[in-house]
Design a protein around this ligand. Structure first.
Ligand SMILES: Cc1cc2nc3c(=O)[nH]c(=O)nc-3n(C[C@H](O)[C@H](O)[C@H](O)COP(=O)(O)OP(=O)(O)OC[C@H]3O[C@@H](n4cnc5c(N)ncnc54)[C@H](O)[C@@H]3O)c2cc1C
Ligand SMILES: *[C@@H]1O[C@H](CO)[C@@H](O)[C@H](O)[C@H]1NC(C)=O
Ligand SMILES: *[C@@H]1O[C@H](CO)[C@@H](O)[C@H](O)[C@H]1NC(C)=O
Ligand SMILES: *[C@@H]1O[C@H](CO)[C@@H](O)[C@H](O)[C@H]1NC(C)=O
Ligand SMILES: *[C@@H]1O[C@H](CO)[C@@H](O)[C@H](O)[C@H]1NC(C)=O
Ligand SMILES: *[C@@H]1O[C@H](CO)[C@@H](O)[C@H](O)[C@H]1NC(C)=O
Ligand SMILES: *[C@@H]1O[C@H](CO)[C@@H](O)[C@H](O)[C@H]1NC(C)=O
Ligand SMILES: *[C@@H]1O[C@H](CO)[C@@H](O)[C@H](O)[C@H]1NC(C)=O
Ligand SMILES: *[C@@H]1O[C@H](CO)[C@@H](O)[C@H](O)[C@H]1NC(C)=O
Ligand SMILES: *[C@@H]1O[C@H](CO)[C@@H](O)[C@H](O)[C@H]1NC(C)=O
Ligand SMILES: *[C@@H]1O[C@H](CO)[C@@H](O)[C@H](O)[C@H]1NC(C)=O
Ligand SMILES: *[C@@H]1O[C@H](CO)[C@@H](O)[C@H](O)[C@H]1NC(C)=O
Length: 485
């Protein structure tokens, strides 16, 4: 009785999101798109070189086999594609740089859209802006701006797409100085869910609010226009510490949080090994020489390797490729938001790394388990007006990322549950510490797929629902995965 009821209720839902034979389904939609697009765009079928590139993700566990892929070459063709997908109610995905951690967020069994042809970067020195197509990666923008004296406030690690980063928020080395990526926008070229092409600027109050953190809920962006910031030589690099240095790293992190200098930034990676946790300090100062004393605690700890020096922005960025996941890995990522790395929060993070590292490594020797400590200044959210994320700009949150990389697909569920347990344990430690984080917003670009919308958008959710209803009454963007408003 119970199972019969379950089947009746569950079947239509299941058949909606999972095509029974992926490459067999949605063929008529693929044909309609191929017939309707201009010659600036192209549609590809499975096993062609372009199709394989279109569905590929930085993390293999984020890739799905779609019925076909399309590379639109103009906003007009994005509009054509979106209208067909909406009218046929075909599941689809939009891929920028393809670094989404969650399956289905930029992958699908329906129609895979790859923005790869939106590949131009144009620096307008007179207006102090950069126009970048939504298929561009951070590497391409930074390379284009190298030695121009200008930069954008973008992400820290190579090969990440500007699209997902900019639609989700964007934490940068310079966030203490200028805020998040979304606090440094001049405009968007957006194809609305009904196919209308529009330019969104600050004057469009609702979409300006919604696009800044609201992900792929409000249409497909074809072009981002960033305000530039001045960029000269910087000082920084990575410092690798062995397991026996963890206590010193902890002291350095605790003390660094008292530094009140907007040019300074530190990210600390703590990584499981069977012998204990190793760490990597990524230090950054937005001038050729750091103010005295700021990084002394990190520099005084004996390292296994260090490349800290005065260098160009592109040079430090290019030195960070090693942080990227090899394409063969599976991955599960989540974040916990804390307001401070107190001794007990730091200890909770390390205890969880050692506990879950040991547990999962016993099942998969290829495990890499790491966290990123990202301390910012108390006023890091003060550099921009209200936005979808973060819902509360009065309190700084450190978007501490937790990342499991592994090889064995049968561990997906075990790892997801472990990650949730890990995150909850750290939040609990912060709450015991007196931090107001039991419902603190989780950074959408790091959040695990099952994170409730309330935990990301908080008190902004009613307004976002209102904007969504007005802009996308047919819920066309609901056919694409992601955190769905
Ligand atoms: C190695 C690594 C380093 C990172 N470093 C940072 C960092 O320094 N700072 C930081 O803030 N984050 C960082 N992140 C997180 C990063 O911001 C997210 O993973 C981001 O979503 C990646 O964007 P993408 O375009 O590559 O991803 P995609 O997988 O292509 O897209 C991500 C989401 O955006 C949507 N989307 C993509 N393009 C469009 C478009 N044109 N229109 C509408 N929706 C679109 C997709 O549908 C999907 O939901 C990092 C991630 C990795 C893997
Ligand atoms: C694309 O179509 C336009 C007109 O629709 C035509 O002028 C152009 O030559 C075509 N380009 C290619 C590469 O076929
Ligand atoms: C694509 O190639 C794979 C492996 O070579 C094969 O298993 C699959 O059937 C092919 N798919 C199509 C649609 O041809
Ligand atoms: C670019 O703009 C900056 C600031 O407005 C100015 O100082 C500089 O001379 C300009 N550079 C070029 C090449 O025009
Ligand atoms: C958007 O702005 C660009 C550049 O100013 C302009 O060329 C384009 O026509 C505008 N598009 C719309 C739909 O208004
Ligand atoms: C940090 O420095 C700024 C400017 O010097 C000052 O306004 C602010 O109050 C300081 N903040 C803290 C927490 O010391
Ligand atoms: C770091 O260096 C020490 C001393 O040379 C060495 O014993 C240790 O194995 C190194 N650790 C790592 C992780 O390479
Ligand atoms: C671990 O990695 C090795 C080398 O890449 C690979 O051969 C092996 O299959 C992987 N194991 C698992 C469980 O993924
Ligand atoms: C993957 O994990 C499963 C479940 O723990 C196990 O049965 C299987 O042997 C593992 N596969 C490999 C290649 O290690
Ligand atoms: C995590 O799992 C452990 C062991 O299964 C359990 O004792 C603990 O209560 C869980 N913690 C949280 C915060 O869920
Ligand atoms: C605690 O955080 C919530 C957001 O999660 C916020 O709404 C509330 O005002 C905060 N309370 C205090 C006392 O700061
Ligand atoms: C498309 O949506 C926009 C935003 O809601 C609206 O202004 C416009 O009138 C709609 N266009 C059509 C053709 O329905």
């Amino acid at each position: 009785m119970l199972s019969a009821t379950f089947l009746v209720v569950a079947f239509p839902l299941a058949s909606f999101s999972h095509a029974s034979t992926p490459s067999g389904g949605y063929q008529s939609t693929c044909r309609s798109i191929a017939d309707a697009i201009s010659n600036s765009s192209q549609l590809f079928y499975p096993n062609s070189t372009q199709y394989n590139a279109d569905i590929e993700h930085a993390i293999i566990s984020s890739t799905q086999v779609s019925a076909c892929s399309v590379e639109p070459g103009s906003a007009a063709d994005v509009s054509v594609v979106l209208r067909i997908l909406g009218s046929t109610r075909t599941p689809f995905a939009v891929k920028g740089g393809g670094h989404a951690y969650n399956l289905g967020f930029s992958s699908t069994t329906g129609v895979q859209i790859s923005m790869t042809r939106f590949n131009s970067v144009e620096h307008n020195n007179a207006t102090g802006t950069v126009d970048a197509g939504s298929g561009v990666t951070l590497d391409q923008v930074y390379a284009a701006l190298d030695s121009t004296g200008a930069n954008i406030v973008g992400g820290r690690i190579p090969s990440v797409g500007i699209s997902g980063l900019t639609l989700g928020g964007g934490y940068a080395f310079m966030s203490n100085q200028y805020g998040l990526t979304i606090d440094n926008m001049a405009g968007y070229e957006l194809v609305l869910p009904n196919g209308t092409i529009t330019n969104v600027t600050e004057s469009n109050k609702d979409l300006w609010f919604a696009l800044r953190g609201g992900g792929n809920n409000f249409g497909i962006v074809t072009k981002f226009t960033y305000k530039t910031v001045p960029q000269g030589q910087i000082w920084g690099g990575t410092l690798r510490y062995d397991v026996d240095k963890l206590d010193l790293v902890k002291e350095a992190v605790l003390k660094f949080q008292l530094v009140n200098d907007t040019k300074a930034n530190v990210n600390v990676y703590v990584i499981y090994t069977p012998a204990g946790a190793v760490s990597i300090g990524l230090v950054f100062y937005n001038a050729p020489t750091p103010a005295p004393g700021i990084f002394d605690d990190f520099l005084a700890i004996p390292t296994n390797q260090s490349d800290v020096k005065t260098r160009s922005f592109v040079d430090i960025f290019d030195s960070l490729y090693f942080i990227n996941t090899p394409k063969t890995d599976r991955s599960r990522v989540n974040a916990v938001s804390v307001t401070q790395y107190s001794p007990s929060v730091f200890d909770a993070l390390v205890n969880q790394i050692l506990f879950w590292g040991g547990k999962i490594a016993a099942l998969d020797p290829n495990l890499t388990l790491s966290i990123i400590l990202e301390p910012f200044l108390k006023d890091v959210f003060s550099h921009g007006p209200a936005s979808a994320y973060p819902p509360d700009r009065s309190q700084a949150l450190f978007p501490t990322g937790i990342s499991f990389k592994y090889g064995n697909a049968s561990l997906d569920d075990t790892v997801s549950k472990g990650l949730r347990n890990f995150s909850d344990a750290v939040t609990a430690a912060a709450v015991v510490d007196g931090q107001n984080v039991s419902h603190a917003a989780v950074y959408p670009n790091y959040a695990l797929f099952d994170t409730p919308l309330e935990e990301i958008y908080g008190a902004n959710l009613p307004r976002l629902h209102g904007i969504k209803k007005a802009v996308d009454p047919e819920n066309v963007m609901g056919l694409a995965g992601g955190f769905k408003i």
